[in-house]
Design a protein around this ligand. Sequence first.
Ligand code: NAI
Ligand code: PYR
Ligand code: MG
Length: 555
Amino acid sequence: MSATPSSHPVTQRGMAVLNDPLLNKGTAFPWEERTALGLHGLLPPGIHTLEEQVAQAYENLMSETDMLDRHVHLRSIQDTNETLFYALMQKHLTELMPIVYTPGVGQACQEFSRIWQKPRGIFLSGADRGHMADRLAAIPNDNIRLVIVTDGERILGLGDLGANGMGIPIGKIALYTACAGVNPALMLPVTLDVGTDNATLRNDPTYIGSRSPRLKGQDYADFIEEFVTALLGRWPGCLLHWEDFAGRNAAPLLQRYRERLPSFNDDIQGTAGIATAAILSGLRAKEETLEQQCIAFAGGGAAGIGIAGLLLAAMKAEGLPQEEALKRFYIIDRNGLLTHDMDGLSEGQALFARKDETSRDGQGRTLKEVISQNHPTILIGVSGQAGLFKEGMIREMASYCTRPLIFPLSNPTSHVEATPMDILTWTAGRAIVSTGSPFTPVEINDRSITINQTNNSYIFPGLGLGALACGARSISERMIMAAAQAVADLSPLKTGGTTLLPPLENIQNVAMRVAHAVARQAQNEQLCPPLDDDALQEALSTLSWRPRYQPYRAA
Ligand SMILES: NC(=O)C1=CN([C@@H]2O[C@H](COP(=O)(O)OP(=O)(O)OC[C@H]3O[C@@H](n4cnc5c(N)ncnc54)[C@H](O)[C@@H]3O)[C@@H](O)[C@H]2O)C=CC1
Ligand SMILES: CC(=O)C(=O)O
Ligand SMILES: [Mg+2]
């Protein structure tokens, strides 16, 4: 075999090559590589190009009509041939993202035990306690740079799905590569199976997870500690992305570990970044400032408090003192408006709890009352509760605010607080609407209104890439703000367009701009070694990967 200088040395032979999704090319192996790697006879003789494979795979995929079937089909391509999977994803990103990501991944997690086919990533359960370092040692790849971890307790708005939550870190990894070009060989999805309190799952004979109740308190803390320590031992300096932990654990874990290793919580920080970007863009359209707003949240968990925290920082950066800025926030959780006298508030909730009123028997005012009495101009839904935004509330907002910003951000689609069609109908097309899951454009008053997806997928791929490229020791709030600003700067509204956020087709450009902004901010705060533009570019290239077949040679 005539090896080109850039050809990749392959030690495996025969089926071992075909069974490795990062190496496999399927029918695209050229004749000489089949000879060198012992593939003759294992493959049919026809040879196809990647473009031909993508076209065929797309046709096969589209012949499925059911969302879950399409998800399973795509995942099976990913588990067989990652180059083909990502080439297909990149070619049809807007169409395929809802299958791989929300809402498709929600259904996939609900059915994960039944659709599980091949190992991907690491499951760590109670039985692995005391042995986590050995479990991570079993992963042959010494160069994992990014780990996405969940404990499956709050999967989208679907609640505790236990080990079935693994669909989420797998989906997030797919987006790191499809959106930011991060090399899939550098990433690992992890599920911490600390049990589940979902009795239906525990009694389901097909369930793949452990059937014990969730670890709590010190047991839970010890489990996480062992995992992080094992991670640091196996892949020092790797970036840890926390995903879909329940609100009561999300912020404390982030605080506990954010200085021990570079880490971020996507539901808190990624969501804060994109919601802030979308709000800043919406206010630009209205020619108003943040300071002029009154902001109501339905849901004061990880996402709600995360978004509120970044908006508070943005108001302070505009020169508003904290006490003044806090008056603009109304956080309505399951027991109503958060007030300072309520029991069991988290640290973040306590900051935003109203100081100027008290609850009655632990119950605060309802969302409806806050809307009619305090006239919020921005309403954010991060409650996971379908249909929470009622017609009367939205009509009332439209009665005192010409263009309210209404963002029902809960995922998946079935859990949205109100559909864009309803919100636009109730506000005669005047609301600026953005959702967490994708929706088709709404036709109203002879206009077609595009519904932007305010989803952390605009932030985390570039955030992770930028933090890794610059070698950030930790991830600061200002780095998240820089990411938000980078997305807001790309808003089509800035250049005469009508949408809040850049279209998904441009997501790779968005991710690259976010990565640069994050790396620059890390340098400004001296959270990474000094790095000039050339060195940053070089580091970004080292992490990046394109779905193209590389020539191979036998090693
Ligand atoms: N668009 C996006 O990028 C993102 C969307 N989300 C979505 O936001 C939702 C919440 O996520 P997290 O904040 O991480 O979960 P979480 O569990 O930390 O918080 C949810 C909060 O909603 C509250 N809640 C429940 N019922 C309520 C009601 N009737 N009224 C008001 N509040 C109520 C809960 O008490 C809890 O505090 C999920 O559906 C998730 O999919 C989360 C992260 C990113
Ligand atoms: C998008 C996301 O991270 C969530 O819904 O949890
Ligand atoms: Mg999430």
